[in-house]
Ligand binder design. Structure first.
Ligand code: F6R
Length: 240
């Protein structure tokens, strides 16, 4: 992977938003892979700024993951988060933005349906990715196969603790999620992995320089022919 070290998250946001806007200019219905969490927020802010006066209404989007069992309109469902953080500020057409369906009633078929929708779209042009402190990619926790497709997973205790900041308590963080698999993510044409802050330094080093291993799902980015890693100095501090 190509590693780009930038001064801060804002600079990363401008860089990645610029790449996305260039893609939209050449392919107005480009397919953007969306991540939630804190990391991509600067990209979404820069995208909202840069998209003013540009027609982004044909852009299509696919989220990486969703909690299982949260009502769709729960403020912390990833459908809600993506709408609030990206779709509304940037001005995307919400009908073109897809998320895995975390409804327990249909969860058996939700993974296959999402894979079919991704295939029908022609595939993700640019996938935004964060990394978990445990090396997860999407919600592919350590041990996830590099060949995995969209499916239900159990969140690790570490991830539930990391994400408890968005909930009243760690007990309110769902136990399960539905996530694009590592294999799904690798099919995107361009991967952009972002990481900021010292808390990510260890996982980032393992992902970028460590052995390819299912114990560090993010190490799969090394298999991708067009992966860009955009990090600040703190997240890069353990790189050789
Ligand atoms: C989000 C996702 C996760 C996050 C990761 C980092 O859709 O799939 O892999 O990217 O947990 O989260 P933040 O950015 O909040 O540190």
């Amino acid at each position: 992977a190509e590693v780009v070290i930038v001064p801060d998250a804002e600079a990363a946001g401008r860089l990645v938003a610029g790449t996305i806007l260039d893609l939209i200019a050449t392919k107005p219905d480009m397919v953007l892979g969306l991540a939630t969490g804190s990391t991509p927020l600067s990209v979404y802010r820069a995208l909202a700024d840069g998209a003013r006066g540009i027609d982004v209404s044909r852009v299509r989007g696919f989220g990486l993951d969703e909690y299982v069992g949260l009502p769709e309109d729960h403020p912390e469902s990833y459908r809600s988060v993506i709408r609030r953080d990206v779709v509304e500020p940037v001005g995307f057409d919400p009908r073109r933005i897809h998320m895995p369906n975390g409804d327990p009633a249909t969860i058996q078929t939700a993974g296959d349906e999402y894979e079919a929708a991704l295939r029908a779209s022609g595939g993700v042009d640019l996938q935004i990715l964060g990394i978990g402190t445990d090396g997860h990619l999407g919600f592919n926790e350590p041990g996830s196969s590099f060949a995995s497709l969209t499916r239900v997973k159990t969140l690790t205790q570490q991830t539930r603790r990391d994400n408890s900041r968005f909930f009243d308590s760690v007990d309110d963080v769902p136990l399960h999620c539905i996530t694009q698999g590592v294999g799904t993510i690798l099919r995107a044409r361009h991967l952009v992995l972002l990481a900021f802050g010292e808390a990510k330094a260890h996982a980032l080093q393992a992902a970028v320089e460590g052995p390819l291993t299912a114990s560090v799902p993010a190490s799969a980015v090394q298999l991708h022919a067009h992966a860009t890693v955009v990090v600040d100095e703190a997240a890069a501090s353990e790189l050789e």
